[in-house]
Design a protein around this ligand. Sequence first.
Ligand code: NDP
Length: 478
Amino acid sequence: ATAQIGVTGLAVMGSNLARNFARHGHTVAVHNRTTARTTALIDEHGHEGTFVPAETPEEFVAALQKPRRLIIMVKAGDPTDAVIDEFAPLLDEGDMIIDGGNAHFLDTRRREKKLRELGIHFVGTGISGGEEGALNGPSIMPGGSAESYKSLGPLLESIAAKAPDGTPCCTHIGPDAAGHFVKMVHNGIEYADMQLIAEAYNLLRTVAGYEPDRIAEIFRGWNTGRLDSYLIEITAEVLAHTDAATGKPFVDVVADEAEQKGTGRWTVQTALDLGVPVSGIAEAVFARSVSGHTDLRRAARSLPGPGAEPLSADAAEAFAAQVEEALYASKVVSYAQGWNMISAASAEYGWDIDLGSTAAIWRGGCIIRAAFLDRIRTAFAADPALPTLLADKEFADEVGRAQDAWRAVVATAVRHGVPTPGFSAALAYYDALRAERLPAALTQGQRDFFGAHTYRRTDREGSFHTVWAGDRHEEAAG
Ligand code: NDP
């Protein structure tokens, strides 16, 4: 056996990952259910490094050095279970199965437990960066046992993206499903980022009255500042692109119905279960959903709007600067919410996730890579128990400075009838957290009124119920 690592599942992600390992000098065993893919990989890219093609699972396993490290890169869901069931009986105690697919973290928990009983390390691993990342350096989020990381970590780190300071974008996130969980939240944050950027574009287009190429310029400018990120960069590219067939801006010929593969939805569903408010991510998922409801949109098209005129040229320029502030502040909020979610899951499942190092490995390789993530890393390095990013002094100061612009943008959007669910939800969250008193007190009163659900008081310990149907005296409850 000569291979340090093996990859089964050689569609685009698996092939590119295998090539990445080979290009870094590792001997890679490769296997796919349908052998044609294996043959194609060797024919087209065999010269890039040392591959050991295998036609059968037995050949594949025999090619791997012990302890065996076997990466599964197949379609997520039932295929992953099928492949695990096929390979597990061929493995020995101490071997590692690494699932690099987009698995739901609860599936990963189940699989890890089952394989642990067989003495096999199951390493659910989030991989971000798409096809390009898989080939040239993804951000890698491995879960599984700390023991497995000792043997696997150096291999994964060798093919991972490098952050601007040279550190690999790969770290052991935590045991069992911690890696897949964190990857899910990454994708949720990605949804929120994309929605906020889309809202910024929409405001510049409809309220400031700018054309897409002008907006591309503005985004390029933003990309040299604190918003510097992959998503802002590609936004400028997309906006500057002209459709060859019609000569129109590309963005004007694409159907305005956003699709989704489901990881954003998983994030929100999981956040609801954990009781963590992630309104920025939720609004982003719902905004895609609204866009896809052509039936509802058609039925409501004739509803009246405010009919506000676009801004004057001077006002538009000032407004564009305000939109940058609103975008930045809203982004801080959605990242704060995402980190709350990671922190809550870490406590719930006993994963002991280092919140700062999660930010560190997203600085390169992944879709949300950004200069900004280094700031989050620093914030958690200064205070690992930081309850929210908004409590970090630097973020608090920045968001505080942005708030006038942020409010002005949301108010303008409302006046012009332009939906900004992301900006608005982020601002509402900010205001809710800083409020001295929330109307939740009234909610508690209502709950006690109709359901005797009881309430706590600000001035005394204990739970209480008011006898609403009777003389309204208060009783101690429970
Ligand atoms: P696909 O998700 O399209 O999956 C195709 C691969 O799965 C093929 O190799 C196929 O084998 C194999 N497969 C499907 N069913 C089975 C089965 N029952 N038994 C054995 N093999 C099976 O490939 P991708 O490369 O796009 O993605 C691979 C994984 O990586 C997925 O889990 C995906 O979610 C994840 N991922 C994808 C990213 C992306 O940008 N595409 C980014 C990050 C993660 P065959 O050739 O025989 O049909």
